[in-house]
Design a protein around this ligand. Structure first.
Ligand code: HEC
Ligand code: HEC
Length: 503
């Protein structure tokens, strides 16, 4: 009897040992209990440890799972991933009359930062560019086109811009250092120049005196965590940097200029390069599902078009003939504010659960000595003065839009690591972003870009093809930090990049 017992116990021990050793050797990152807080990029409620495969940006947060929203998350995901169609009923119907793209994912491949492309075609997967058509002198968006101009249309309509008239040219840039580090290592810099031939613009009148820029996607994961950072913390960060004498976009922090939400509350901007959106409930995604596709919903019952476009189409003889209607009727239909909702409210809610439920991939390799060395450099040369490593979320009680109120995943009191101050700075690049002010891009998860999206381009128009180019484009108010980077040894520069790849 005794012998059998011993045998059973030692067999059990062996089995436990075997399981433990499998665990340690095969899934090294799956043991979060031992990791320091920095690994939890999105906090305990917002981080996924599925962080080494191509769907690392697509995972739900622990908060989604803990609050029983996994199914809603899955249903909502399809509205991001799958294409809308121009049918008048059925699944994902309602695309058009004009659209920027037929799905979100065309622009946000693998949920990431988009990729650099050589030509503008809406149907080219991964072309995450928006055309920014602005007045040459004032940099205001031209009123004849929508802020996100469409290049696709459903028959018999014509697109506001015919893609054949768009030209992207990539130009070489030689900086004041001849594109060489002091130790002789060379790098190359390129930037886009874009033109649109007015003959290919279908509006009446056509815009005059305009110039065109490209704005690339940013990335979707983690935006729900940023939503949970209190407005007051962002305003305090603005005042902290202001007190240090930094140049900031002061107008954005005048409460009179805060962004008014659907529920009447006002918020400072926190999303998009232009800081044009203050909450996720009224954020770039909630808006995009309408203005990218022109799919109407309960609280968006008009087309995202301009009067100049409606005028051009209603006067067009081919459009009149195809529809069998006169100019006045076509104009009234296009400009109607009473269209039938196409996206069911329940689907919109699921879409927003998915949106606010996307996790941030946990950091990787932070204990590696080279990564540690790179981290030291990142902190000591001043990168953290704009790429603020961490924030703490608030009670996260904001309800917002009555459609989604109290139905979304929440992230109260989480320490998160996005590496952004959520403020705008001027980096003074050649052919810079509209207005020159650009929000500091969060750096979390970007090291996974190549495996998740097949591309690892950076900056607001994807001009940088790797981290080093991105850093070397930092001029203006970041020139001092770039100078320190430039003067690091090659070993330290490489270590810093390895740190960026790990966060
Ligand atoms: C035409 C390509 C395109 C499509 C399609 C598109 N986006 Fe974007 N997205 C962008 C661009 C460009 C930006 C950055 C815009 C800016 O800063 O002004 C962006 C920014 C965002 C952001 C902000 C991220 C941040 O950190 O501020 C979110 C969230 C987002 N998009 C979600 C979506 C969702 C959801 C959809 C589908 C409903 C979608 N996008 C469809 C191009 C696109
Ligand atoms: C004065 C503020 C400031 C400082 C200092 C600064 N950055 Fe940035 N950083 C920004 C802004 C703003 C952007 C977005 C610029 C754009 O897209 O045009 C950015 C973008 C980036 C990007 C590209 C992100 C992406 O994927 O598009 C990287 C990488 C980066 N910074 C790294 C660094 C490093 C490393 C340092 C230190 C040497 C540094 N930054 C210092 C403000 C700053």
């Amino acid at each position: 009897m005794k012998r059998v017992n011993v045998f059973i116990i030692s067999f059990l021990n062996l089995a436990i040992l075997f399981i433990a050793s499998c665990h340690e050797s095969d899934i090294p990152d799956d043991n979060p209990a031992e990791l320091s807080e920095e690994y939890y990029t999105g906090g305990k409620l917002g981080t996924t440890f599925v962080n080494n495969i191509s769907s690392a940006y697509e995972q739900p947060t622990p908060a989604v799972e803990e609050s029983g929203m996994a199914l809603a998350f899955k249903i909502g995901e399809a509205f991001f991933e799958d294409g809308f169609n121009s049918n008048t009923s059925g699944m994902r119907h309602g695309l058009g009359p004009v659209s920027v793209r037929s799905s979100c994912i065309t622009c946000h491949p693998g949920y990431g930062h988009g990729k650099r492309v050589e030509r503008y075609r809406a149907s080219d997967f991964g072309n995450g560019y928006l055309l920014v058509v602005v007045d040459k002198n004032t940099h205001a968006y031209v009123p004849e086109l929508t802020g996100m101009p469409q290049t696709q249309a459903v028959y018999p309509f014509l697109p506001p811009i015919d893609e054949k008239g768009i030209k992207i040219e990539w130009r070489e840039h030689v900086d004041e250092f001849g594109n060489k580090f002091p130790d002789g290592e060379a790098y190359s810099l390129i930037y886009p120049e874009v033109t649109i031939d007015p003959a290919y613009i279908n509006t009446d009148p056509k815009p005059a005196n305009y110039t065109v820029k490209l704005e690339a996607t940013i990335g979707i994961y983690g935006t729900g965590l940023l939503d949970a950072v209190p407005d007051d913390s962002i305003i305090a960060e603005y005042h902290r940097q202001k007190a240090m004498g930094r140049t900031l976009n002061d107008a954005k922090y005048d409460p009179a200029n805060f962004i008014t939400e659907n529920d009447g509350t006002k918020h400072p901007g926190r999303y998009t390069y232009g800081l044009t959106r203050g909450t996720l409930q009224n954020g770039p995604g909630a808006n995009a599902i309408w203005n990218i596709t022109n799919v109407t919903r309960e609280n968006r019952r008009s087309n995202y078009i301009t009067t100049a476009y409606a005028a051009a189409m209603s006067k067009n003889a081919d459009v009149q003939a195809a529809l069998g209607r006169d100019e006045a009727t076509i104009y009234a239909e296009l400009m109607s504010t009473d269209l039938e909702p196409e996206l069911a409210t329940e689907d919109y809610v699921n879409f927003m659960i998915w949106h606010r439920g996307l996790a941030v991939p946990a950091a990787r390799d932070l204990d590696d000595p080279v990564v540690q060395k790179g981290k030291k450099a990142f902190y000591s040369i001043g990168c953290t003065s704009c790429h603020k490593p961490s924030w703490t979320t608030g009670p996260d009680n904001y309800t917002g839009d009555t459609l989604v109120a109290r139905r979304l995943p929440r992230y109260p009191y989480q320490k998160i690591w996005p590496y952004t101050d959520m403020l705008q700075h001027k980096l003074d690049m050649v052919n810079d972003i509209r207005t020159g002010w650009c929000r500091t891009t969060p750096l979390w998860g970007r090291g996974l870009s190549q495996i998740c999206t097949g591309a690892s381009d950076h900056l607001h128009d994807m001009r940088a093809r790797n981290y080093t180019e991105a850093i070397m484009w930092h001029g203006g108010d970041a020139a001092w930090a770039r100078e320190k980077f430039r003067n690091l040894s090659k070993e330290d520069r490489d270590a810093l990049v390895k740190f960026l790849e790990s966060i």
